[in-house]
Design a protein around this ligand. Sequence first.
Ligand SMILES: [Zn+2]
Length: 484
Amino acid sequence: MSEEILINVTPPETRVAVIENGVLQELIIERSRQIGLVGNIYKGEVCRVLPGMQAAFVDIGLPRAAFLHISDLCSKELEKKRSENIEHYLHEGQPIVVQVVKDPIGTKGARLTTEISIPSRYQVYMPYANNSGVSQRIECEVERARLRACIESFRQQYDCGGFIARTAAECVEEAILFSDMTFLLKLWESILAKIATAKPKQFIHKDLPLSVRTLRDLYKEGIERVRVDSKETYHRLIEFAEVFVPEMVPVIEHYTGECPVFDIYSVEDEIQKALERKVKLKSGGHLVFDQTEAMTTVDVNTGGYVGGRNLEETIFKTNLEAAQTISRQLRLRNLGGIIIIDFIDMQSEEHKKQVLQALERNLEKDHAKTKITEVSVLGLVEMTRKRTRESLEHVLCEPCKACGGRGVLKTAESMCLEIFREIIREVRQYNVQQLLVLASNEVVEMLLDEEADMLAELEAFLGVQIKFRAEAEYNQEQYDVVLL
Ligand SMILES: [Zn+2]
């Protein structure tokens, strides 16, 4: 499988596209205005201890004080004092090194932890932790044990905090893992030096920008090319690669082609398609994605098959293609939580088994952890997908203002009748001779055309004259009845 990464950089945003065999599989967008604070390290100052809530407010120099709960204190601290009372750990005016785990939202301040963690390519370093771990995505017990042993031998040598082996650490040589851990210790030392000289309420450290994180996190063997359309970012990537992933240096390119970098492999078109409800399948069928707050449902539909010949075979093929397309779309749309797939009903048990296997196989490529939990009595496939970022739709869209997010509008006919009722109400309430109705183009057209007879009757019945004006700005559900 050939894999390629395209990076599009403009001042307001950075977009990363992961391409496999010429097809867009994953998209990560970071907008400068929305870059969060999660992962940032600050030298804070405790401004209030709240014994009733077992928490404290910490000033980290933001407009709103941040929140630190006793359960988010680092394990070393908790083990030392073995108390369940926040006052035994914190007091007002105390300087404290903290890391943001949740961005401030609305009137709520950021949420903090003192269990600092700093990621690198293969590991995450937790300077104040006593124990280590291995990513759940590495399933092989032998490999897990090897990684644990490797981390332990490093820790004995350096007497440092804990590490977590990331998924990328799987099957990586010990020497490379050691140099990664050494880098993290050095990075932590430089952070400590900053902390030592910093004033309270000061920002200390933040993670790398998306373009560089991509090299760090997405890199795996088999990436043939990384194309980036910004010279500055290109240099930054090369600098990073020279130190951490030297084998990547020759594949990183500064893209200067005439067409935009995201036009290669039609990335822009694919992004547009990933926002639509309906996804066409090559076999003639299509998928319908529906995202609600509780879950995402995916409905698989056949195209109109000509004749009944080999119906079962057509259904089987459509479902197989759907299994592949669904796993790709889940990644691309970055959907999370509960996902329910309604494949087309199949008679053959063997076909059912194969479709499920195809889905499992395709989901393996996903960076996010996925799990097929059940195939229900009705044949619905229930699965979950864990993700750390927002869905593509959430990043790029907002609920439709015209319909208030319902996805449907009242028909022009319904609106005509609603306007008639409103006219009757107004005429009964105020003694008027003339009315002006403002409505959308479609509605005014219908009133003057199909509903013209009805309108004439209404005018005669009420003894008023009704005028109309189409308002280009109005959506179909908007109208006003004005007394003249
Ligand atoms: Zn709408």
